[in-house]
Ligand binder design. Structure first.
Ligand code: ZN
Length: 291
């Protein structure tokens, strides 16, 4: 038997034998991914905050809430607050459906919690059956509550739409990381291609540089024209770059522009621009010119 449990509302520690077992019929989450919260083991503090006369007097709100993906991204913490409030309201609704006063509700939840420490499986069934038996919520799905089915009592387990939202945010983060990774690996290739082109040119291997360039560039310029144009750049004795800037562009087609100052012999700098496009999955020189 675990020596403690975790409060399903605040994630606080509940010592062995303590706590209160309530039930939330709230179904919260992203559209199409709403999940019934189900049984909730609450700590003393959360119970005392939720099960109050003041809360009994105010009308609890509906127990089904849809949260759009845009709302979640705009303000994830507000969404978790909404989720918590929705669960609190549903707990209160279920207690009131039995005609309980706050004290009576606490006593019943305490009794269910005590059973839960002895036999969690049957106590979970009993809690779900008892609390939802008089539920006025017409929106609560009829299926079995997902919560507290098989999780170990000491494990933290996010409730309701936390699962859906967690999956969504994980997916978004993965996409972002993938995007960053792709961008970085492309930049790496472009840097290396830039070096290749400039090294070939500075070594006088313009024919090779031309042969390695994009078909698009070769269709617009013959080898002699290319040799003449790079001659004008005066890149002899290229040693490196100063202030190299890489940007990707989408027009006229997706590609990369490299701008900066090539350092040549004698420490002279030459402002140049290179453009690369992808052909047959390889990055190829599209143009090289003086900036
Ligand atoms: Zn708590």
């Amino acid at each position: 038997m675990p020596d403690h449990a975790i409060c399903d509302h605040c994630n606080g520690r509940i010592e062995h034998g303590e706590g209160y077992t309530f039930f939330s019929s709230a179904s919260i989450g992203l559209p199409g991914m709403e999940q019934l919260t189900g049984n909730m083991m609450l700590c003393e503090e959360c119970t005392n905050r939720i099960i109050t006369v003041e809360n009994w007097l105010r009308a609890p709100s509906p127990s089904r809430r849809e949260i759009s993906g845009a709302d979640f991204l705009a303000n994830p913490s507000a969404m978790f607050d909404t989720m918590r409030r929705t669960n609190e309201d549903s707990i209160i609704q279920n207690c009131q459906a039995h005609g309980f006063t706050p004290n009576q509700a606490k006593a019943k939840a305490r009794e269910l919690a005590q059973q839960w420490w002895i036999d969690p499986e049957s106590a979970q069934r009993e809690s779900a059956r008892f609390w939802s038996s008089k539920s006025r919520s017409s929106t609560a799905p009829a299926r079995r509550p997902a919560a507290h089915q098989s999780r170990p009592q000491h494990a933290k387990f996010p409730k309701g739409c936390l699962i859906g939202c967690g999956a969504l945010s994980l997916l978004l983060v993965s996409f972002c990381l993938l995007g960053v990774w792709l961008m970085q690996s492309e930049q790496k290739v472009i840097r290396s291609e830039t070096e290749n082109v400039l090294n070939l040119i500075t070594q006088g291997k313009t024919a090779e540089a031309y042969a390695n360039s994009s078909m698009l560039m070769r269709s617009e310029m013959d080898e002699a024209g290319f040799a003449a144009s790079v001659q004008e750049l005066k890149l002899t004795g290229y040693v490196g770059w100063q202030e190299k800037k890489l940007t990707n562009h989408r027009k006229p087609q997706y590609g990369w522009t490299v701008e900066g100052y090539a350092i040549v012999e004698g420490g002279r700098t030459v402002p140049i621009t290179l453009e690369f496009i992808q052909e047959n999955k390889q990055w190829k020189l599209r143009l090289i010119r003086r900036s």
